[in-house]
Design a protein around this ligand. Structure first.
Ligand SMILES: NC(=O)c1ccc[n+]([C@@H]2O[C@H](COP(=O)([O-])OP(=O)(O)OC[C@H]3O[C@@H](n4cnc5c(N)ncnc54)[C@H](O)[C@@H]3O)[C@@H](O)[C@H]2O)c1
Length: 309
């Protein structure tokens, strides 16, 4: 198994680090446009192999895509992160041209790869990749909902005083501060609905904290987060390469599911060796479906900006 991560910045390097430690690949390539950075980080990670006990061979590359040839999975993290006060959407112009160029270069050398899109605004970058690459839809997966769901569990576990590992909770919709939808009605603490333990006020606060989860970190760090995003990428890649069939919220090309088409949006999907394999219908109630449609409208407006670039 060969995996390439494009962008050796905060999220790309953390993703690669986790992928190596989990031994998800025999070969891992880190590529960046900045001279020497990917090579340096690859060498640094390689020197942890004897300490962590993994056998993955890690190499770095400054924009030489020949080194990424025949990758089974590619992860695209190249692009600008947001700064405090910025929305993910403000990154569209710069990141669209980076993501499109990177995808074309990757596919020249790895035509059969599954593509994981991380760069923001992620749903629009995933849609751009789907509509410009000509690849089957199941091979293009936007990573955002896994991270948002982990943040949802983080705030739920704090309020409940429980282990996040005993929680089942999912965030669907767009990967944006105002477009994501933490599905409180479906969240359970070892099968018991969390709504039985939380007041309406507590539930509202958890939803609000989850939605600005990324912005809270950007304010503290001065740039966007990387530990949880890198862990979320590795979890997604793990389900692909080990064919785990995990049920994750990912941004995928919809063709009528959840009442939407011609859009990439976060929905629960089964992830396996073929990429995303099927969408699971959670049977949203009227209010949840209306919120989902509103989220889709906002993402569609963002996708329309692509036409003006
Ligand atoms: N989807 C998510 O859940 C999620 C979470 C966190 C961050 N992000 C996004 O991921 C992206 C990366 O964030 P980061 O914090 O790692 O940023 P970063 O600035 O630390 O790293 C980005 C890297 O991309 C590289 N790069 C730029 N153009 C390139 C090109 N054409 N080819 C190869 N490499 C190129 C840069 O040199 C840099 O090293 C941002 O768009 C950020 O908003 C998404």
């Amino acid at each position: 198994m060969k995996i390439t991560v494009v962008g050796a910045g905060a999220v790309g390097a953390t993703s690669a680090d986790n992928i190596a430690r989990k031994e998800l690949a025999s070969e891992l390539v880190l590529l960046d446009i900045k001279e020497g950075v990917a090579e340096g980080k690859a060498l640094d990670m390689t020197q942890t192999a004897a300490l962590f006990g993994f056998d993955t061979r890690i190499t770095g590359s400054t924009n030489d895509y020949a080194k990424t040839a025949d990758s089974d999975v590619v992860v695209i993290t190249s692009g600008l992160p947001r700064k405090p006060g910025m929305t993910r959407e403000e990154l569209i112009g710069t990141n669209a041209s980076i993501v499109k160029g990177v995808t074309e270069s990757l596919l020249k050398h790895s035509p059969n790869a599954i593509i994981v899109v991380v760069s923001n605004p992620m749903d629009t970058m995933t849609y751009l990749t789907l509509t410009t690459s000509g690849l089957p839809k199941n091979r293009i997966i936007g990573m955002g909902g896994i991270l948002d769901s982990a943040r949802f569990k983080c705030y739920l576990s704090a309020a409940l005083g429980c282990s996040p590992n005993d929680l089942n909770a999912i965030v669907v919709g767009g990967h944006g501060d105002t477009t994501m939808i933490p599905l409180m009605r479906f969240a359970t603490w070892n099968s018991v609905p969390v709504t039985e333990f939380l007041s309406a006020e507590q539930q509202q606060k958890i939803i609000a904290d989850t939605m600005v989860g990324g912005a809270t970190l950007t304010k503290l760090l001065g740039t966007s987060a990387w530990y949880a995003p890198g862990a979320a990428v590795a979890a997604l890649v793990e389900s692909i390469v080990r064919d785990e069939k995990r049920l994750y919220s990912c941004s995928v090309g919809l063709e009528g599911e959840y009442g939407q088409k011609d859009i990439c949006l976060g929905v629960p999907v089964v992830i396996g060796r073929n990429g995303w394999e099927k969408v699971i219908d959670y049977k949203l109630n009227e209010q949840e479906q209306a919120t989902f449609s509103k989220s889709a409208d906002a993402v569609r407006n963002m996708n329309d900006v692509l036409k003006t670039l």
